[in-house]
Design a protein around this ligand. Structure first.
Ligand SMILES: [Zn+2]
Length: 205
């Protein structure tokens, strides 16, 4: 029977404080071990949090939200441990993606800023969902959960409405697709610098 992750269970086991959790220690499933390993990583090479939650002060009659990272919200805890592990796994796929961009001169990806950046986000999402499906057995995702992830992957793929990038992504050549987007990003940034140099007084006003 799937273990439902409740706020009480989280508080009781200290997950929010970053400690090892009884409910993961009890299970030997891959998703539990995966989560336990991630919790073990907490506190390593991570800058101190600007705010520390104080669960003891939270009102039992209200919902208190803690920000655990990008894309992790209340919905991550609405199902079972496999689903939570899947969400954490998805986020972990994003981590080397960001590093890949940063190492190649793309410090920040803002999908509202340019078409290239919008495609970068769609590619990253598609890849993260693709890997989650690829690891669905290890994550112990139910068929309904797999269907949900497949649906989200399809939406991300629809957003990849660029034939070159879309076909590379379809062949799981994610880094090749990323290289092409980074090339476009840098070409545009280069042309902006050139324009800026020509219109120095306008750009730097
Ligand atoms: Zn994501």
């Amino acid at each position: 029977m799937p273990q439902r992750v409740t706020r009480r269970a989280l508080l009781a086991t200290g997950v929010l404080a970053g400690a090892g959790a009884a409910w993961t220690s009890l299970s030997s499933s891959w998703s539990a071990r995966f989560l336990r390993a991630r919790f073990a990583e907490l506190g390593q090479q991570v800058p101190p949090a600007p705010h520390k939650p104080a669960p003891a002060t939270w009102n039992d009659n209200a919902v208190t939200m803690a920000w655990l990272g990008p894309c992790i919200g209340p919905q991550a805890f609405e199902q079972d441990m496999a689903w939570l592990a899947g969400i954490v796994f998805h986020e972990l796929v994003h981590s080397p993606q960001y590093a890949y961009y940063a190492e190649r001169g793309v410090p920040q990806v803002n999908p509202k800023r340019s078409e290239t950046e919008r495609l970068m986000i769609a590619l990253d999402e598609y890849e993260a969902y693709w890997w989650s499906l690829k690891r669905s057995v290890e994550l112990a995702l139910s068929s309904a959960q797999q269907n949900e992830i497949r649906r989200r992957a399809q939406y991300a793929f629809i957003d990849l409405d660029d034939s070159t990038i879309g076909s590379l992504a379809q062949k799981q050549q994610f880094d090749a697709a990323r290289d092409e987007l980074i090339r476009r990003y840098n070409a545009k940034a280069g042309s902006q610098v050139a324009t800026c140099r020509r219109n120095l007084s306008v750009c730097c006003a």
